[in-house]
Design a protein around this ligand. Sequence first.
Ligand code: GLN
Length: 193
Amino acid sequence: MIGVLALQGDYEKHIQILDQLDMASTEVRYPEQLDSIEGLIIPGGESTTMTDLMQRVGFHNPIREFSEKKPILGTCAGLIIMAKPVDDSRIEPLHILDVDVDRNAYGRQVHSFTDHLPVTLNGKSNSTKAAFIRAPKISRIGPSVEVISTYEGEPVAVKQDHHMGLAFHPELDGVTLFHQFVFSTQFESVHAA
Ligand code: GLN
């Protein structure tokens, strides 16, 4: 069972992707629910609002503990929340990914765009459609972080241990690749068609 943090943001789109993959899913609203899931998605949305709601329910430490053993996939605001320092003191990041991010660095809503990107997963090449919506920029990459995709020379998708952070939204274009990779125990089964 994969959980999707359902405090705010586009969590329903992630449930749809998990449905497409025939993976059982549940909306997570309370820290106790982490005990009964095998992986977690932190969706896109608004990272300041999401921080606020996470703090009210006391999600930060339980998610950090969860991350020691189980995988987390963060998209856009989710990546911001999984990062280290963020250029906005209203965000309390989880420090799960050893990257720094700048919020909204690709500009405002009107500057949102969709493009096709190359992705490398386990040494295999894939490509993905990627929607960037007020996306963050990854401004520093720690030594144990692997860059799996770049856009115009900048890292936009990273993997560290069993976790992944994406600056874009695969769930808006029905892209199942990343969810399948992170939450499948058979990583080898994911490869280019
Ligand atoms: N700009 C938003 C934030 O800082 C993230 C946008 C998104 O998730 N699409 O939280």
